[in-house]
Every structure is written in structure tokens, then in C-alpha cells.
Design a protein around this ligand. Structure first.
Ligand code: NAD
Length: 284
């Protein structure tokens, strides 16, 4: 039976640390504020934004949402990005993705000042991560690393396999695992004989976006299994990319869905906002 990697508890600990530091900065009159740009009326995006704003409130970070109709022009959005880049009251900001059809996220994300890019997704921050320079890190991969570290899991020297190569999760996670001195294999939709590859993993991270794809045949006995996937379940609730009930008996540690990587992602957004506030206020 596997021990549960409790993302909810670890995230609560990180949020408490952040709240303390935010209070200290505010005592010194340093603003800590997170802005979000929300385009269109996708209900899931609206819910995510509400959750993120609630998270901010809980740790004392001010937040503002800038809402636009789905037919807003790229020009208007770039104008707002440029305004937020130079507004000293704004510590950091992000664009809630995905954007409505017809709007390309890349020119907008690229226009964000890298020191305010709290999603860590701008090309400059992605490049800095890949060559080992400090940067604001993408929240989900950073959350996975923090969860492993704070749960006392040694990463250095381990055989790690990541399923997924997205710019949001798989690729930056592979970079971070390399930085932690793991041996890293990245798998994707064209990988041949996936279970044969993943069975080598002492740490297996699944970010394929395929509901309950990974069963026991993918998992080495005693592996640490991190499930990044999130899918709504019919009749309510959430499931991940891993068949939890089947994998849990062979793994040594495993993340639940919900309560694993999700809360860590949310906590790392707050962490990045604090980092960005420190950068913005450096020298003040
Ligand atoms: P994505 O669709 O952009 O990327 C999926 C990756 O998985 C691709 O690189 C693809 O090649 C690979 N893949 C797809 N099917 C595969 C298969 N059958 N075999 C091997 N590889 C396969 O998705 P993403 O944005 O990286 O997100 C992945 C999952 O994580 C989604 O379920 C998403 O909802 C979830 N997610 C969760 C959080 C969180 O906070 N927990 C954050 C971000 C994303």
C-alpha cells in the first residue's frame, strides 16, 4: 500500500509561509498584488480565476481581474499587458488560458515583462529555465518538485519518467528534474511501448491529459507516482490520468486526485507573486 503524497497539506504549509512574508512586505509598505486577464465567458476559466483570487485573499495578496469579451482585439490586450508591465502597484500578472478561439496566446504571453510573468510561461523565462538561470517557474512543474522535496523524496540520481511534453507541464518539469540531478526520460504520444519505458521509473509523473490511462502495467514496484491529470467525473468529483485504485497497491508513494498536484499548482502561483513582488521592490 502506498503512502499518500498529500498536496493539500503541503500546499497549506507553503501558503502559511507566504502569508507571513506577505505581511512583512506590507508592513514595509511594499505592495503585493496579482492581476489576471480573463477573456471570454468560459465557465471553467471563470471558476479558476475566482479560486485564484480567493487564494490571494487568504494570504493577504491583493488581486484584480481585468475582464474582456471574447471578441476583444489582440491590440487591446497587448495594450493592457504593457500597462500592467509598467504599473508599480502590480507585482505580477497572468493571462488565464486557454484564450477563446481566434486569439493566439503566444504574442500576449511574450509581451509580459518576465519579472512579472507569474505563470513562468514567457519565452524568456522558459529559456532561462532551460539554461539553468533563475526565473519565475511554471506553477505545476514547480509544484510537483516542491511536493516531492517537502515529502522527503530524494530526486538526485533517480530514474524519472515524465509522460507528456507540453510547454505548460512536461517540458519544464523535465528541466526541473534535470536541475535536481535526476535521470530524465520524456514520453509522449509517439513513444513506442510506453509501459516498457515507464516501468523503468523510480519516479513516474503522468501529465498526458488522458483520463485514467495509466494502470498497473505502467508502474514499477515501489515507484513514486505523481498524477498531474485532472478530469471531471460523471456525477461529480475529479479523476486523474492514473487508475488510482489499481496503481496504489504497487506504488510506494502516490498523489491523489483531487488533493495532489492541484493545490500545489495554486500555491506556487502565490509563491511566484511573492517572488515577483520582491523583484519589483528590489532596491526600493
Ligand atoms: P497537453 O494536452 O498540452 O499535453 C499532453 C501531453 O501528453 C502531450 O505532450 C502528448 O504528447 C502526451 N500524450 C497524450 N496522450 C498520450 C498517450 N496516450 N501516451 C503518451 N503521451 C501522451 O496537456 P497539459 O497541459 O500538459 O496537461 C496535462 C494534464 O494535466 C491535463 O489533464 C490537464 O488538465 C492537467 N493539468 C493539471 C494541472 C494541475 O494543477 N493539477 C495543471 C495543468 C494541467
Amino acid at each position: 500500500m502506498a503512502e499518500i503524497l498529500d498536496g493539500k497539506a503541503v500546499a497549506a504549509q507553503i501558503r502559511a509561509e507566504i502569508a507571513e512574508e506577505v505581511a512583512e512586505l506590507k508592513d514595509r509598505d511594499f505592495p503585493v498584488r496579482l492581476d489576471v486577464i480573463l477573456v471570454g465567458d468560459d465557465p471553467a476559466s471563470a471558476t479558476y480565476v475566482r479560486m485564484k483570487q480567493k487564494d490571494c485573499e487568504e494570504v493577504g495578496i491583493e488581486s484584480r481581474a481585468h475582464r474582456f469579451a471574447a471578441d476583444v482585439s489582440e491590440q487591446d490586450l497587448v495594450a493592457l499587458v504593457e500597462e500592467l508591465n509598467t504599473d508599480p502597484r502590480v507585482s505580477g500578472f497572468f493571462i488565464q488560458l486557454p484564450l477563446p478561439e481566434g486569439l493566439d496566446s503566444m504574442p500576449l504571453v511574450s509581451a509580459i515583462d518576465p519579472s512579472k510573468d507569474v505563470d513562468g510561461l514567457s519565452p524568456l523565462n522558459a529559456g532561462r529555465l532551460s539554461i539553468g538561470l533563475s526565473s519565475l517557474l511554471p506553477c505545476t512543474p514547480h509544484g510537483v518538485i516542491q511536493l516531492l522535496r517537502r515529502s522527503g523524496i530524494e530526486i538526485a540520481g533517480k530514474e524519472t519518467v515524465v509522460i507528456g511534453r507540453s510547454n505548460l507541464v512536461g517540458k519544464p518539469l523535465a528541466q526541473l528534474l534535470l536541475r535536481e540531478n535526476a535521470t530524465v526520460t520524456v514520453c509522449h504520444s509517439r513513444t513506442r511501448d510506453l509501459p516498457e519505458v515507464t516501468r523503468r521509473a523510480e519516479i513516474l509523473v503522468v501529465a498526458a491529459g488522458r483520463r485514467e490511462m495509466v494502470g498497473v502495467e505502467y508502474v514499477r514496484e515501489g515507484a513514486v507516482v505523481v498524477d498531474v491529470g485532472i478530469h471531471g467525473r460523471e456525477g461529480g468529483g475529479l479523476v486523474g490520468d492514473v487508475r488510482f485504485d489499481e496503481v496504489e497497491p504497487v506504488a510506494s508513494r502516490i498523489t491523489p486526485v483531487p488533493g495532489g498536484v492541484g493545490p500545489m499548482t495554486r500555491a506556487m502561483l502565490l509563491y511566484n507573486t511573492l517572488q515577483a513582488a520582491r523583484i519589483t521592490n528590489a532596491g526600493a
